[in-house]
Design a protein around this ligand. Structure first.
Ligand SMILES: [Zn+2]
Length: 138
């Protein structure tokens, strides 16, 4: 059964519950993405699970943090401490999305001591954020 706004009863209840959750997270943490650190706009927000649902993490406020949908999707179930620097390298243009995704997948599947320093050190990309300074004369 649909209401005049076009939502099913269940959809409307779920939407209101989700809105309350987002407002509570924002009240507690602000509106920045906890993964990349940039501000989020309402339509791009996701309530990321700190401990992923698939690993038994709760859906409740205590286990939720605000993220961009794209950052949440990129992180998947990688632990946050590993995911954050990789997502920030991607955000800043040091690695491509494919490289970020590959690193995140491998990091999540490796013990931390198997992820070598070399693997976690991004190489300088062809289109480096520093390229704009290359023609500067001192
Ligand atoms: Zn983000």
């Amino acid at each position: 059964m649909m209401n005049p706004a076009g939502y099913s009863r269940f959809g409307l209840v779920a939407a209101r519950r989700a809105e309350k959750l987002y407002l509570a997270i924002i009240d507690r943490d602000g509106t920045a993405c906890h993964l990349c650190g940039e501000e989020t706009e309402p339509m791009e927000r996701s309530a990321d699970h700190v401990v992923p649902s698939s690993l038994g993490g709760s859906d409740r406020l205590l286990n939720r943090k605000l993220a961009h949908k794209k950052c949440d999707g990129l992180r998947g179930t990688t632990p946050i401490a590993i995911a954050r620097p990789i997502i920030r390298w991607y955000r800043d243009g040091w690695i491509t999305r494919v490289e970020a995704s590959d690193l995140l997948w491998r990091a999540k599947n490796a013990r931390a001591d198997f992820v070598t320093e070399h693997e976690l050190t991004p190489r300088r990309p062809a289109e480096s954020p520093l390229a704009r300074y290359e023609n500067c004369v001192a």
